[in-house]
Design a protein around this ligand. Structure first.
Ligand SMILES: [Zn+2]
Length: 218
């Protein structure tokens, strides 16, 4: 993938700003990364709010998660880089990963409630099936293995039990859009359950969405 490193670093800061402003991560939580080449990845550092990222904070790691280029600030790579690498390893088509703790989506992951499908057109089109990865301690290889265990060739969004979410795509912006769509969908579900009974889309409505998805090549 041909990339301009400075442009990607700035985009990582912009995405971090949005993640923080929308309350998807508190304190120093969350991390995101971009694939620069088959075995080089640009990632956010550990120990800094996603709302205060600067381009020079980013770190380049290899496919083992070892830092190979540190910024002038000497930041260390995110401690959850193993989850990102497991996704890149399983899916060569993925170029960007965002790990976050979006509150409405994480509520489902905390209550062991599978995310329902067949209810909302945008969630159906942009997220598809959203599996939940078993719980494992953050930053461990077990957490990476847990996420890897539920990835399929079409997965782009995963809930992490009692923890948060990962969204991934061919671009960082699209991975971010999936994060927004995920939390908005979960917020809608929680509101809808208070407002009344959730009415799923019927089979012909779902078929039309599947046809639309195929037509758009998604
Ligand atoms: Zn986390």
């Amino acid at each position: 993938m041909q990339v301009n490193l400075n442009t990607i670093k700035k985009q990582m800061c912009d995405v971090g700003q949005r993640i923080w402003q929308r309350g998807y991560c508190a304190g120093n939580e969350g991390n995101h990364s971009v694939r620069l080449s088959p075995d080089r990845f640009l990632c956010t550092p550990s120990g800094i709010s996603k709302g205060f990222l600067e381009p020079d904070d980013m770190v380049v790691v290899d496919s083992e998660g070892v830092g190979v280029f540190f910024s002038s600030k000497g930041r260390q790579p995110t401690s959850e880089i193993k989850v990102h690498l497991a996704i890149y390893d399983a899916r060569p088509d993925v170029n960007a990963v965002i790990h976050s703790h979006p509150p409405h989506a994480t509520a489902f992951a905390i209550c062991d409630q599978p995310l329902p499908s067949g209810i909302h057109p945008e969630a159906e089109l942009f997220l598809g099936d959203v599996p939940t990865a078993p719980y494992a301690t953050p930053s461990t290889q077990a957490a990476a293995d847990a996420v890897a265990s539920v990835i399929t060739p079409t997965t782009n969004t995963i809930l992490m039990a009692n923890h948060g979410s990962v969204t991934f795509s061919d671009t960082l912006l699209d991975a971010y859009y999936k994060l927004e769509i995920l939390d908005a969908y979960c917020r809608l579900l929680l509101l809808a359950r208070q407002a009344g009974q959730v009415r799923p889309l019927n089979e012909s409505q779902l078929q039309e969405l599947r046809d639309l998805k195929a037509k758009l090549g998604w």
